[in-house]
Design a binder for this molecule. Structure first.
Ligand code: PEP
Ligand code: MG
Length: 316
């Protein structure tokens, strides 16, 4: 059945009735570009730049950064390239950027944008390298900060981006506070990208690194779907885009539900693109909306999974 579903998996992402949903790739660096292009990614929805900084004792030079970013931008001349600034801390520790103090709960500590605010030199070096890499290239560079909590942080990041010459600053929505006040945050930035991995971890208070908590670390939890819906509608009302770049986007069933919740693009690891493209192509936007409504009406993650099936008849 999966093979049959793959048959119509070509072209840009869209529902059966032509509602466009750009399908983008999550990458860790230029080494992942070949797979992204091969699987028909329309751009990059999440470039996790920490891979450039991992496993080394000193940070990359400005020239090294610029070179890596340019390679990625050159690969998608007509597409969007969404780069995430360094997400150091918690599950992504960096040797040369230790947290400023002892952290009994690193996931609730200095990470992402919080860490960068302690090292503004680091952030401006990265933003500068990004702006230089993009200059003269046709790709649309969008830059987002991880682990943003409130509108002040969003405003701080947007100002830093604009000062560096980056016109499309955005934020990841991965902290429940940011989703709950998405309207305030949407006024500060150009786009959202929902990180369902962390949003689920923080909504359900279930550490993503503890395997035994998998049942709670589940993006089908209706509470998580509610926060996705809130974020997408706040972005939509402000005329801004709202993608999803967490693992949830790569699940063909959940991808349809996310589109039904109002999400405007989906970014995933390259091998997931074909199935998601096919799942969307076989359902109308209205079917996706009905599935989303059914999922949000369920009381548990398991019930949500079951409730959407009658609305998405073409899925195996
Ligand atoms: C997420 O949190 O969903 C996400 C996409 O970022 P990461 O997995 O790198 O934290
Ligand atoms: Mg995250």
């Amino acid at each position: 059945a999966r093979a049959a579903l793959l048959e119509d998996a070509t072209g840009p992402g869209a529902t059966k009735d032509g509602h466009k949903v750009p399908l983008l790739a999550n990458i860790g660096g230029p080494k992942d570009l070949e797979a992204a292009l091969e699987h028909g990614a329309e751009g990059v929805g999440l470039y996790r730049t920490e891979f450039l900084f991992l496993d080394r004792s000193t940070p990359p030079t400005d020239a090294e950064q610029e070179d890596a970013y340019r390679k990625v931008l050159e690969a998608f001349p007509d597409g969007r390239v969404v780069v995430r600034t360094l997400d150091a801390g918690a599950d992504k520790p960096l040797a040369f950027l230790p947290p400023p103090g002892e952290e009994p709960n690193p996931a609730l500590g200095e990470r992402g944008l919080r860490m960068m605010r302690h090292h503004p030199d680091f952030m401006s070096a990265q933003l500068g390298a990004l702006a230089r890499a993009a200059s003269g290239l046709p790709a649309k560079l969008e830059v987002m900060a991880p682990m943003v909590t409130d509108a002040d942080e969003a405003a701080y990041f947007a100002a830093a981006c604009r000062e560096a010459g980056i016109d499309y600053p955005g934020v990841m929505i991965e902290v429940p506070a940011a989703a709950l006040r998405a309207q305030d945050i949407a006024a500060e930035v150009e786009f959202f990208s929902i990180g369902t991995n962390d949003l689920t971890q923080y909504t359900c208070a279930a550490d993503r690194q503890i395997g035994g908590l998998a049942a709670l670390q589940d993006p089908w939890q209706p509470a998580v779907l509610d926060l996705v819906a809130l974020s997408a509608s706040a972005a939509g009302e402000a005329g801004k885009s709202c993608g999803v770049c967490g693992e949830a986007a790569g699940d063909p069933v959940l991808a349809c539900v996310l589109v039904g919740l109002g999400v405007t693009s989906l970014s995933m690891s390259a091998p997931s693109l074909a199935l998601v493209r096919a799942a969307l192509a076989r359902h109308t936007l209205d079917e996706c909306r009905q599935a989303a409504e059914a999922a949000r009406s369920a009381r548990t993650a398991e019930a949500a999974r079951a409730a959407v099936r009658p609305h998405l008849p073409a899925l195996p």
